[in-house]
Design a protein around this ligand. Structure first.
Ligand SMILES: [Zn+2]
Length: 230
């Protein structure tokens, strides 16, 4: 492996390890559940969380480098049990640079009912461009989860899918954007749950949802940094 690729991989090991701290900081995961991965840009490789390691013990060194079939190519630990799903997404969606999976409580409650989250909030219009969709039920192992994620999110504005009876998968142009989508997904799922519990949420006009999404994706934020980093 040449020096440039090694440098790229060690930076991704650092950032993927650090981004796992956001999952605990925002209360999106319990025990060792949940995982973040990043594609190594320009290479058929990805960096992902090891399986069954405590969040407190995650570091750049124990992240696992895998090929895009999910086979480890560096490191001694086994990769996350969700590696096949992440790998499938990278193979099928070349624009995706980061994938996150959680069972965050409120979003997963919508997944348990097999119900998409309707867009009744400006923040959801900004980040998700409309409803957050439900994906099919799929058993872990093999490509079924990956296929469900890709078939639901291809051509959809939302970077998050609620896999039925399971939990949340998010995608982004990099791992940080996918983590942000996971945090925002849980945030809007919680508010939508409370709104529904207390009454009937007021619908938003599609034209307003479109305008908010367009502004947030194309105008919002500092000129020097793209919206996904806001
Ligand atoms: Zn899961």
């Amino acid at each position: 492996m040449n020096v440039e690729v090694s440098r790229q991989i060690s930076e991704l090991r650092e950032s993927v390890a650090r981004l796992h701290g956001e999952l605990t900081r925002y209360g999106l995961v319990a025990w060792t559940a949940g995982n973040v991965s990043a594609r190594v840009p320009g290479h058929e490789l990805m960096v992902i969380k090891p399986s069954g390691v405590d969040y407190d013990d995650l570091s750049a060194d124990n992240m696992v480098l895998c090929d895009l079939d999910g086979v480890p190519v560096e490191g001694e630990l086994s990769p996350s049990s969700d590696t096949a799903a992440h790998a499938y997404v990278y193979r099928a969606m070349p624009e995706v640079g980061g994938v996150v999976h959680t069972h965050s409580t409120y979003a997963t409650a919508w997944a348990a009912r097999g119900e998409s989250i309707p867009c009744h909030l400006t923040a959801q219009a900004d980040e998700f461009g409309g409803e957050i969709p439900v994906g099919p039920f799929a058993l872990i192992g093999g490509d079924d989860i990956g296929k469900g994620i890709v078939s639901t999110l291809t051509g959809h504005r939302s970077p998050a899918v609620l896999m039925r009876n399971h939990g949340v998968f998010t995608i982004g142009r990099n791992a940080r954007a996918a983590v942000k989508a996971a945090v925002m997904c849980e945030d809007v799922a919680r508010t939508a749950h409370l709104a529904r519990a207390l009454g009937q949420p007021v619908p938003m006009a599609q034209a307003d949802i479109d305008a908010l999404y367009d502004r947030y994706q194309n105008v919002y934020g500092q000129r020097s940094s793209p919206p996904a980093n806001s």
